[in-house]
Design a protein around this ligand. Structure first.
Ligand code: LLP
Length: 423
């Protein structure tokens, strides 16, 4: 069992999300369809928040994981802050009722227009990733007569041999500023008139299932903070980034409480602790519903060809990610069990959702692809001119259509035919 039995459970064999059968949602909104549990979002966010106890802290949900307005609004109502990486995400957070001062702006390539929009909105802090970005922000802020609060995102170069799965915290990655350059950059930041240095940030990777790399990274960041203090640069917050993993298959990620305890141990009381969790908040809260269109047997394989594809959930195709696949309805038990390749209709051999899964299927069977709430819809595309699916948020027995299915005419509504050829 890889799904949370708190928010997903079976009643007489039928799979429910909170109090609603997933088959009811499929009937009402069609498939493919994303479905999220509000209680699951609330529960994880509150666990993070509670784990800090009396420590000064702010949870900044990483919008990139799932930027649906209803999801953002759910978290904003809890008092969440937000970690954004674009002007688009800024606009989404503001439209969803997020507070500007609780926004941190991450990302290696913020454009002048994005810096300008974020400054005008009055966001909390910019996580700077390069010397040139720092100069540009100083300039844009000066033009607006504003002072930008900044943290520098450092790259702690956490040892790849010990933790080979870490991808963003290594020197060869494009992210952050090397530790060796951080001090000089902080000095420069402190000297610029339109910047106010308030913190330090780091983010070492995603889907981490071990506490050791977080501990290593925090130790390195705190060593820098101490060196900065000796240099007269005092910070008020430490941003530890996101990255806590979830259980897709048989991973055993640390608990939220243990993870937060590591941060609280590593960071002295005088600092506010900020985090940027994405996947761990919304990943297990969502499923992708899909219908089997055809069962097709070739001499080598049995395929279940579904109406969802890499266009809805690209993680298997892109990262060979493993998502649990469950049949939704009790009647599946009547079908013979076979091992299936779960694939979509997209014209790519890489278009698969799952491989070699023992399932009881027939044409028309409903499937739930589990733990699809993070980096699912957010990475969906219109490849093969496929409209993107609806998103539904369930709250107890209430079903809220958070985004309707795209219509085919939406796909090319803004495109233009050529002008007439000259006679
Ligand atoms: N903060 C920063 C600066 C980040 O780059 C990220 C994720 C996060 C926070 C949130 O990390 P999380 O808590 O979600 O692990 N598309 C990939 C994941 C890419 C993560 C990118 N950065 C996937 O589907 O696995």
């Amino acid at each position: 069992m890889t799904y949370s039995t708190e928010f997903f459970h079976r009643v007489e064999g039928d799979l429910f999300i909170e109090q609603v059968p997933l088959s009811t949602i499929a009937n009402e909104f069609g498939t493919p369809c994303y479905v999220y549990s509000r209680a699951a979002l609330d529960s994880v966010w509150q666990r993070y928040d509670r784990a800090f106890g009396q420590r000064r802290h702010q949870v900044h949900y990483a919008v990139k994981a799932n930027g649906n307005l209803a999801v953002l609004n759910t978290l904003a109502r809890l008092g969440s802050g937000f970690d954004i990486v674009s002007g688009g995400e800024l606009a989404r957070v503001l439209a969803a009722g997020g507070e500007a001062r609780k926004i941190v702006f991450s990302g290696v390539g913020k454009s002048a227009a994005e810096l300008d929009a974020a400054l005008r909105a009055g966001i909390g802090v910019f996580n700077l990733e390069s010397p040139d970005e720092m100069e540009r922000l100083n300039q844009v802020a000066g033009g607006l007569g504003l002072r930008a609060r900044v943290a520098i995102r450092v790259n702690p170069d956490v040892d790849a041999h010990t933790h080979p799965y870490i991808s963003t915290g290594l020197n060869e990655n494009k992210f952050g500023v090397p530790m060796t350059e951080a001090l000089a950059l902080y000095r420069r930041a402190a000297s610029l008139p339109n910047l106010e240095v308030t913190g330090v940030a780091c983010h070492i990777g995603s889907q981490l299932t071990d506490l050791a790399p977080f501990e290593d990274a925090m130790a390195r960041v705190m060593a820098l903070v101490t060196a900065l203090a000796a240099d007269g640069i005092t910070l008020s917050h430490i941003d530890a980034g996101g990255g806590l993993g979830i259980r897709y298959k048989d991973e055993t990620p640390p608990s939220i409480e243990d993870y937060v305890a590591v941060l609280c141990r590593a960071i002295p009381d005088t600092y506010e602790i900020c985090i940027e969790p994405g996947r761990s908040i919304c990943g297990a809260a969502g499923v992708l519903l899909s219908k089997v269109e055809y069962l097709k047997t070739t001499p080598a394989r049995r395929f279940a060809i579904c109406d969802a594809a890499m266009t809805e959930l690209i993680r298997p195709a892109l990262y060979e990610a493993w998502h649990d696949v469950q049949t939704v309805s009790a009647e599946a038990a009547q079908q013979p069990e076979h091992r299936y390749e779960i694939v979509g209709p997209v014209c790519e051999s890489g278009d698969f959702l799952a491989s070699d899964r023992p399932l009881r299927l027939r044409e028309g069977s409903l499937l739930a692809i589990m733990c699809a709430g993070a980096y699912g819809y957010a990475m969906a595309s219109n490849y093969n001119a496929r409209p993107r699916p609806p998103e539904v948020l369930v709250d107890g027995n209430a079903v809220h259509l958070a985004r309707p299915r795209e219509r085919i005419e939406d796909l090319f509504a803004t495109e233009r035919l050529l002008p007439d050829d000259p006679k």
